[in-house]
Design a protein around this ligand. Structure first.
Ligand SMILES: NC(=O)c1ccc[n+]([C@@H]2O[C@H](COP(=O)([O-])OP(=O)(O)OC[C@H]3O[C@@H](n4cnc5c(N)ncnc54)[C@H](O)[C@@H]3O)[C@@H](O)[C@H]2O)c1
Ligand SMILES: [Zn+2]
Length: 455
C-alpha cells in the first residue's frame, strides 16, 4: 500500500473554490482503480492550509492515476488556486521514503532480528532493560542471542517507576558495568521501559545507541516511534525528556500473547484512533472483529504503526499536522488524570476510548461527522471498552484540567475532530458547555446501553 500526502497552501480567496472542486472530484478519485482512500485534512486555525491524504494499492496504481485525464484536469483546475508550491510525500507500507525518521522498523521474531543487529553494529557491550513482567515473559525469548556477558537491568513494573530515581538506578548499573560510548541498550518492555530506557541511553555519556523492542500493543503502535523520550516528574507526565531516535525498532507481535487483556484493550484504543483519523478501510476491518482475541496482530500492528509514522514524518517538528494524533486525547487525558484520584482506575487507552466517544460527538456538532458514523463509533467503542462511571468524577475539575492543557492556544479548548471517518481537522475549539454536553452524551448512551465495564 502506498500513502500519498500532499500539503497545499491556497490563496485565501481561493479556498471555497478548492473545496467545491474537491467535493465534486473526491468520489470519482476514490473509485479510480487502486485508490483505497482519499481524505482532506484541514487546519481550522489556518483555513487556507490543507493536506490530502490518500491510500493506493501500489506504486503502479498511483502512477496510472497521475497519468489519467481525471488527475490532469483536477490538477489544472487546482494550480491557479495555490499561494505556494505544494509539497508531496509518498510512503510505501511502513517505511517512509522521504521521512526525517531514518531508523528502520523490523517486524517478525525478535531474537533473529536482534542477533543480526548486534552482528552488524558490533557494540562494545550490551545492556538490556526490563521490568519485572518483561523479565519473566519476554527476556527468555531473546536471551540466547545476547552476548554471555550482557548486563541485565531490572526495574519494578509500572508508570509510578517512570521517574528520575529509577534513572539513577539504571545509570548506577551502567557505571558499575563500565559501559562506554560504544555500548548498546536494548529496551525490552512497554512504553515505560521505552521512554525511560531511551532517555537513559540518550543521556549516558551524551548518548549511546539503543534499540526499542516494544512488548505492549500501545508501545508497538504508538510509543516506540516518534522520538519522544522521557520520565515523569513531581506528578507531571513526561515533563523531563528529549527527542532522540533509536538505532532500530524491533516489533514482535508474539510478545502480545502474555499481555493482560486490559493492557491489550488499552493499546487497541490507539489502533482505533489511527483508523478513525486516517483510514476508513481499516476502520471497516476493525469493526468486524467479534473480540480482540480474534485479532490478527501481525496485520493490524504494521498497518496502524504506518499511519502514526506517516503523520510524524509529515510533521516531524510538531508544528501542526501531528496534532491529528490528539483525537480523543483532549478529553481522554483529562479523564485519565481525574481518575488517578479515584478507586476506579483507568488505563490510558480506556480513558482515550471515552475521549474518542465524546470528541466524536463534538465532531458531529462542529465538524460535520454524519450521525450514522457517530453511532457506529460509539457502538463499537462501548462494545470493546464497556462503560465507565464518569459521574464519579468531578466534572468541574475535568473542565479545569482541559482548560490548562498545554496544547491550547488562545480562547477555547483545542480539539482535533473528524469531519467523517478516515479524515481529521486540527485546531477546532469547543466551549466548556459543549464539552460538558459531550460528556453527558457518553453518560446517557451508557445509561441506555447499561453495559458494564469488562474486567
Ligand atoms: N513516546 C511516546 O510517543 C509515547 C506515546 C504513548 C505513550 N507513551 C508512554 O507509554 C507509557 C505506557 O506504555 P504501556 O501501556 O506500554 O505501559 P507499561 O510499559 O507500563 O506496560 C504495561 C504493563 O504491561 C506489562 N508488560 C509489558 N509487556 C508485557 C508482555 N509482553 N507480557 C506481559 N506483560 C507485559 C508491563 O510490565 C506493565 O505492567 C506511558 O508512560 C506513556 O507516557 C509514550
Ligand atoms: Zn495515547
Amino acid at each position: 500500500m502506498i500513502t500519498r500526502i500532499v500539503w497545499m497552501q491556497f490563496r485565501p480567496e481561493a479556498v471555497n473554490a478548492f473545496l467545491a472542486l474537491f467535493h465534486e472530484r473526491a468520489p470519482r478519485i476514490r473509485s479510480f482503480p487502486g485508490c483505497h482512500h482519499l481524505a482532506l485534512w484541514r487546519d481550522r486555525a489556518q483555513p487556507h492550509v490543507m493536506c490530502t491524504y490518500s491510500l493506493w494499492e501500489s506504486e503502479a496504481a498511483l502512477e496510472a492515476y497521475r497519468h489519467a485525464e481525471l488527475f490532469r484536469d483536477t490538477w489544472a483546475q487546482t494550480k491557479p488556486l495555490f499561494a505556494a508550491r505544494p509539497r508531496a510525500w509518498s510512503f510505501d507500507t511502513v517505511w517512509p521514503t522521504e521521512a526525517s525518521l531514518d531508523y528502520p522498523i523490523y517486524f517478525g521474531q525478535a531474537a533473529p532480528q536482534l542477533e543480526q543487529l548486534l552482528g552488524q553494529h558490533a557494540p562494545s557491550s550490551v545492556a538490556v532493560l526490563v521490568d519485572t513482567h518483561t523479565a519473566l515473559y519476554c527476556y527468555p525469548h531473546i536471551r540466547s542471542v545476547l552476548p554471555a556477558d550482557h548486563l541485565l537491568i531490572r526495574i519494578p513494573a509500572g508508570e509510578t517507576h517512570k521517574q528520575l530515581d529509577t534513572c539513577q538506578y539504571i545509570w548506577s548499573q551502567m557505571l558499575q558495568a563500565q559501559l562506554d560510548r560504544q555500548a548498546l541498550l536494548i529496551n525490552l518492555g512497554g512504553g515505560v521501559i521505552g521512554d525511560m530506557g531511551g532517555f537513559c541511553a540518550h543521556c549516558w555519556k551524551r548518548g549511546i545507541r539503543f534499540v526499542q523492542v516494544p512488548t505492549t500493543l500501545l508501545a508497538q503502535v504508538d510509543a516506540s516511534t516518534g522520538g519522544k523520550l522521557g520520565v515523569d516528574f513531581m506528578d507531571v507526565k513526561n515533563i523531563i525528556g528529549a527527542f532522540g531516535d533509536p538505532l532500530a525498532v524491533v516489533i514482535d507481535t508474539t510478545f502480545l500473547r502474555t499481555l493482560p487483556p486490559a493492557q491489550l484493550r488499552s493499546g487497541f484504543a490507539e489502533v482505533v484512533k489511527h483508523a478513525l483519523i486516517a483510514d476508513a478501510e481499516h476502520w471497516q476491518q476493525l469493526i468486524q472483529l467479534p473480540t480482540l482475541d480474534a485479532a490478527d496482530w501481525t496485520q493490524i500492528v504494521p498497518h496502524s504503526l504506518a499511519i502514526k509514522r506517516q503523520i510524524v514524518a509529515a510533521d516531524p517538528y510538531e508544528r501542526g499536522l501531528r496534532k491529528a494524533l490528539n483525537f480523543g486525547h483532549t478529553i481522554g487525558h483529562a479523564i485519565e488524570s481525574a481518575a488517578l484520584h479515584t478507586t476506579e482506575s483507568l488505563l490510558h487507552g480506556e480513558a482515550i476510548a471515552i475521549g474518542m466517544i465524546c470528541e466524536s460527538w463534538l465532531s458531529a456538532k462542529k465538524a460535520g461527522l454524519p450521525d450514522d458514523e457517530l453511532q457506529a463509533i460509539t457502538h463499537f467503542l462501548l462494545r470493546i471498552f464497556g462503560c465507565y462511571p464518569l459521574n464519579n468524577l468531578p466534572i468541574a475539575d475535568l473542565l479545569a484540567l482541559m482548560a490548562n492543557d498545554k496544547k491550547n492556544e488562545g480562547q477555547g479548548v483545542n480539539f482535533s475532530l473528524l469531519p467523517h471517518i478516515g479524515a481529521v481537522e486540527i485546531n477546532h475549539t469547543a466551549t466548556p458547555e459543549e464539552i460538558q454536553d459531550s460528556l453527558a452524551y457518553y453518560m446517557e448512551t451508557c445509561r441506555q446501553q447499561d453495559t458494564a465495564k469488562p474486567h
